[in-house]
Design a binder for this molecule. Sequence first.
Ligand code: ATP
Ligand code: MG
Length: 571
Amino acid sequence: MRYTQLLIPTTKETPSDASLASHIYLIRGGFIQGVGSGLYNFLPLGKRVLDRVRNVVKEELDLAGCQEASLGFVTPASLWIESGRFEKYGKELLRFKDRKDNDFVLGPTHEEMMVNLVKQTVKSYKALPLNLYQINLKFRDEIRPRFGLMRGREFLMKDGYSFHVNEDDMRREFALMEETYKRIFSRLGLEFRVVEADSGAIGGSGSKEFMVLADSGEDTIVVCEKCAYGANIEAAVRAPKGCVVAPPEAQFAPFYTPDSTTIDDLSAFFKVDPYYLVKTVAKRALFDEGKSKIVLFALRGSEELQEVKACNAVNANELVDISPEELASAGLIAGYMGPLEVPDGVEIVLDAMLKDADHLICGANKRDYHFVGVNLKGLSAIYKEITAVQDGDGCAHCNGTLRYTKGIEVGHIFQLGTRYSEPLKAEFLDENGKSKPFVMGTYGIGVSRLLAAIIEQHHDENGCIWTKESAPFAVVIVISNTKDEEQLALAQKCYEVLRAKGISVLLDDRNERFGFKMKDFELIGFPLAVVIGKNIAEGSVELIQREGLVKSVVTIEQMIDEVVQRCCSSY
Ligand code: ATP
Ligand code: MG
């Protein structure tokens, strides 16, 4: 390709809403164009990268025996009502009506559609196992679309679904998909970690996420310094945790504690370690059909509430904050709430760390009073794991220490079981002629998000540095002076030779200043540039590697060998 034929609108201007390197450089490099909150057009260069990434995904999935299909983006709401997700999915699901008043949704994920497809077409165990996928648009009306392709509303996802006769076979496929995903992300040049995850609105039993390690990642992941354990903070577990400070001794009694409404206040007032204080957090839990209730989550004062765990503990669709007025009308007083003598109509969930705990101080659910000398032994209540693992906690699998790190979720695989096949009545006949629901797995990759993840890991202060399997072109030939006939002719020759060798090469034939063209090379981030300039008198050109901007003067033959070798070596 010739630069002058392509639409590559690079710009010096940084978009005002962009803070991440990937967002800034994908726009400035002319890869994408914003059209509205969380909505992007892909320009020719962006489309080339997207297609390359998509091809890596497709090649590896096809090798693993998966089949590509393509399902409708517009989905009848009836399937979502049958699966029970029409309401559960919340506001991210875009619902709309057609002219005949029929309800539809724009697919945010396609479990319902794919189960329906297989239900209509597969009747016998003989057709199983089956793994079908698509690489298609998704729409999620995200509350905070941001960071460019990282969190769009419309985005490209690879979503795969597997169908099995039993759990064992589904687990075999789950392991195969884990390996396949590792190959995909390695080929794309990403440093990543596979971690245990919460299954969110998709449901099912076990799930794992693929996290690209980057400080800008939105997810906090917990990793062990010593063993291979890694988990999203939403699902992380730790070794049992105690406190070295001696417990405060007291008889059970209400205690006057004016103006002591925070853990810090109380810790100073009683001179006790926060470990012995009870932190009580009130939330409104939202359920299907507009139902909701107030829940108090009680945990040790040294810990933090993990909202996803808390939400799962009460099986709610979502937890939202409560206004002081709502609290008051439920008979609760901020700063003085606690797990004892809870007003009627308010549910209480205690953290597992508080099971049978003694020597505690907690809010008395009465203004200006806390209880001291609280012993929860024998208290019949709901105990769940609702706290966040903290940096420095002990690993539950070895005696190592857990640390926080940041990640970008680029893939998520789920062991689904019969979560969708049962409600949607998708069944097959087993060897004995008995009807059984399909046992399923589901597997997602954020294909458009991958472009952002690659750049988050591979950029410098000048722009993008595309990896070998994601680059829009492997090499750009830059002509130093386009008015120099000799340089033009040599550039043309190099272009033809490289093309004949199957290298994807761009010829920068623009009649622009050399410095300007080099700035574009650095911003766009092709892995290699060949500069045809003053060295041609000696039969040499300059080869520049984008990563580190490493330069070498080589003969034409050396340049060709080097480019071919770099482009064709296996990953
Ligand atoms: P997140 O926690 O980041 O919101 P998710 O867990 O809701 O993602 P999944 O339902 O697991 O996402 O979807 C599969 C994959 O699709 C994710 O691993 C992610 O890479 C990608 N993805 C999800 N939401 C978006 C989005 N808004 N923009 C771009 N990619 C997304
Ligand atoms: Mg996910």
